[in-house]
Design a protein around this ligand. Structure first.
Ligand code: 4AZ
Length: 262
């Protein structure tokens, strides 16, 4: 996150941190994610390059993490990953990040190290609502939303943020984003958001994390942090996967898999 503030998991209780484990058990931070139900974390497909989504045992998911590289025995929970589902239409070879959406099932009953959780609800008992639940409420251009993550704080830095950070960005009208900012690179599956003075943005390492918008006192997951030309660059807003286009896909995948494994 560029230009935002330090945040705590109390105000972003659905934020997930996804790690990859090397063969030598080194733990490498990979991406952000959002807890969207008791067993599922939604993230970006491009977080799993080269078919690495089939190696689910190589990943772990943390909830409740305030500091990326420090463990917090009180707030954080660690989960194994049971399965990673990538959208069928995601084609990284084309480089356009269309359908940049994937889901991970966190391995539930077996997981919790410190808590006797039966459900992987985070300790706050809160999840992000899907846009489908917004009951006809559509986001409007200029609606202010929040992004959060552990990504780099400035373009070009090689190290992630030490702590969770948040920033505020406004939804940008589709035609403006398409015609003014990113000529024809924005598909219907994407939406753009930026801060009016271009000072706040998502950045490398924030991918997969939430663009969450508040409607009537509830937060809805409107976007998955996906890509952009640089970070906090004037005229180059962040681009997000438009989650509302995937409501059917999300419920199909979560239902099928849980039925199959029941
Ligand atoms: C990235 O590399 C990335 N400014 C994420 C978000 C944005 C740019 C790059 C948007 O993961």
């Amino acid at each position: 996150i560029v230009g935002g503030n330090v945040a705590t998991v109390e105000s972003h209780p659905w934020i997930a941190a996804i790690f990859w484990h090397s063969k030598s058990e080194e733990k490498v931070f990979r991406c952000g994610g959002s807890l969207i139900s008791s067993c599922w974390v939604l993230t970006a497909a491009h977080c799993f390059p080269d078919g690495s989504h089939t190696k689910n045992h190589r990943y772990s998911v943390f909830l409740g993490k305030n500091f990326l590289n420090e463990s917090d025995p009180i707030a954080e929970q660690k989960f194994r990953v049971e399965e990673i589902i990538i959208h069928e239409g995601f084609d990284q070879s084309k480089g356009d990040f269309n359908n940049d959406i994937g889901k991970k099932k966190t391995g539930l009953p077996r997981v919790s190290r410190r808590y006797d959780v039966v459900e992987a609800v985070n300790i706050f008992g809160e999840i992000l609502c899907s846009p489908a639940e917004a009951e006809g409420q559509r986001w409007e251009p200029e609606h202010t939303c929040e992004i959060s993550g552990y990504g780099i704080e400035k373009n070009g830095l090689w190290y992630m943020s030490r702590s969770l950070r948040e920033a505020r960005v406004n939804i940008i009208a589709d035609d403006v984003c398409r015609q003014v900012y990113y000529e024809n690179m924005i598909s219907d599956n994407m939406l753009c958001a930026g801060s009016p003075d271009w000072s706040q943005d998502s950045c490398k390492g924030d991918s997969g994390g939430p663009l969450a918008c508040q409607v009537d006192n509830r937060f809805f997951l409107f976007g998955v942090i996906s890509w952009g030309d640089g970070c906090a660059k004037e005229g180059h807003p962040g681009v997000y996967t438009r989650v509302s286009n995937y409501d059917a896909w999300i419920s199909e995948k979560t239902q099928t898999v849980s039925a199959a494994s029941a």
